[in-house]
Design a binder for this molecule. Structure first.
Ligand code: FAD
Length: 444
């Protein structure tokens, strides 16, 4: 059989590797529009900030290395511009030569990702130092600009994961940073009172945080950012990180079903409305694991998991994708924020009744140095104990608690089961009653 993969990074590269592991004979062709494959998107902000010192460290696999290791036909600088479903071919444009050709497939896997939203803000075209961040060339551009032009003042627009990470990394480089967010809170996956802890921390670090305000225009070739409120911000560099949108053009043109939020629609086997075409990663609409409602969650875990499932399904294995919890984590200067499942905002919107629990236990035994309270929030059904979601903010041990709770949700455990989780304890790590146990005790 012959499988064509569109996109050679998180989802695409995972699919290719797994396909080869399952079938030595299959013909596997992976097309990537860019120059690089399988790079570490998630590490990009930290390379700009200097925490990751070596550029090579971002390049998880090279084209030659991966092609040889997995016996793949990898074609970079090659954009798939059309899917010809009736012929079961794709039209590919080799970007350097602009030559196009057709390539046939038995199965097609789409993993084209999501692209940064770049609205037509007045003055954006003239502003040369407004950057978005998605890939290695974006990273090189931002890093070179910071290294060579030595900007002093940065304006980061958007308080999501990438915006916050960029604010922190530019701050690390010694820039004066202003972070602008249109909503009343940063970090949408958590609720307001959890984000408020981060607001304070970010401000304590000397970052100017402006909430409930957006960009109205870039003036003076982007040297000045005018906000909706009328506030003027000087900017030597601007990072635009207001979200991403699924790259659905190819699928749309091919007549595949697209969801309301722009994600390609798939079934539980990750097949699109054409069963020989699969779609995965940031480009698809997924089912919310807790509520079953359609949503768009652009994260690396789902892309990797889905890539593997697709490869398994193509090889006749009985596998299903059961939905996305949206488990996520970010470093916010010295603090960590993490969440899994639904937050209060979502539950309210869906009209689901829930109980809220807030506790602030120490991350590990309070008598052992370095213990800090973890703000832990749990959302659950009072009657059945069903866990809807959890959020945590703190300096230490946040990742572990959210991961345990994410596991509990996937394992179908209820809030009543939490006291019974037997978790590892010694004073440097936890308490004999772990914060997750505590949450269970308080809830019951
Ligand atoms: P991508 O990895 O974006 O790959 C899609 C590829 O397809 C692209 O390289 C694109 O060029 C190519 N392509 C698109 N269309 C075509 C076409 N027609 N022909 C050929 N090639 C095409 N997630 C986390 O979970 N944790 C993190 O800490 C985290 N940090 C991030 C930091 C940054 C700066 C960014 C940008 C993302 C981060 N993410 C993080 C998100 C994570 O990287 C994505 O969820 C993941 O990469 C999605 O995988 P994908 O395969 O769907 O898309």
């Amino acid at each position: 059989k012959k499988i064509i993969i569109v996109g050679g990074v998180a989802g695409g590269a995972t699919t290719a590797a797994r396909l080869r592991r399952l079938d030595e004979e299959a013909e596997i062709v992976m097309f990537e529009r860019g120059e690089y494959i399988s790079f570490a998107n998630c590490g990009l902000p930290y390379y700009i900030g200097g925490t990751i010192a070596e550029r090579e460290a971002l390049l998880v696999q090279t084209v030659e290395g991966m092609a040889e290791k997995f016996n793949l036909d990898i074609r970079t600088l090659s954009e798939v511009v059309d899917i010809n479903r009736e012929r079961k071919t794709v039209t590919v444009k080799h970007l350097p030569t602009e030559k196009t050709y057709e390539e046939s497939y038995d199965y097609l896997v789409l993993s084209p990702g999501a692209s940064p939203i770049k609205p037509a803000i007045p003055g954006i075209e003239e502003a040369e130092h407004v950057f978005t961040l998605r890939n290695i060339p974006d990273t090189d551009r931002i890093k070179a600009y910071v290294d060579e032009k030595q900007p002093k003042k940065a304006v980061v627009i958007g308080g999501g994961f990438i915006g916050i990470e960029m604010a922190e990394n530019l701050w690390e480089r010694g820039l004066e940073v202003t972070l602008v967010e249109a909503a009343k809170q940063i970090m949408a996956p958590v609720d307001y009172e959890m984000a408020a802890i981060l607001h304070q921390h970010i401000r304590d670090k000397g970052v100017r945080l402006i909430l409930e305000d957006g960009v109205a225009a870039f003036e003076n070739r982007g040297q000045v950012v005018r906000l909706t409120s009328g506030t003027m911000l000087e900017a030597d560099i601007v990072i635009l990180a207001i979200g991403v949108k699924p790259e659905n053009e190819l699928a749309k043109r091919a007549g595949l079903a697209i969801g309301e939020r722009g994600g390609i629609q798939v079934n539980e086997y990750l097949q699109t409305s054409d069963p020989s075409i699969y779609a995965i990663g940031d480009a698809i609409e997924v089912k919310d694991y807790v509520t079953g409602t359609p949503t768009h969650i652009p994260l690396a875990w789902p892309a990797n998991r889905q890539g593997r499932i697709v490869a398994d399904h193509i090889n006749g294995r009985n596998v299903r994708y059961r939905g996305t919890l949206g488990t996520a984590i970010a470093k916010v200067f010295d603090m960590t924020v993490a969440a899994t499942g639904n937050n209060e905002k979502t539950l309210k919107r869906l009209g689901i009744e829930y109980e809220v629990l807030h506790i602030h236990p120490y991350s590990h035994a309070s008598y052992y140095p370095g213990a800090f309270p973890v703000a832990l929030k749990l959302l659950f059904d009072r009657k059945t104990g069903k866990l809807f979601g959890a959020q945590a903010v703190g300096y230490d041990g946040v990742d572990k608690r959210i991961d345990v709770l994410a596991t509990a949700i996937k394992g179908g455990l209820t809030v009543f089961d939490l006291p019974d989780l037997e978790l590892a304890y010694a004073p440097p790590y936890s308490s004999a009653k772990d914060p997750v146990n505590m949450a269970g005790y308080v809830a019951t």
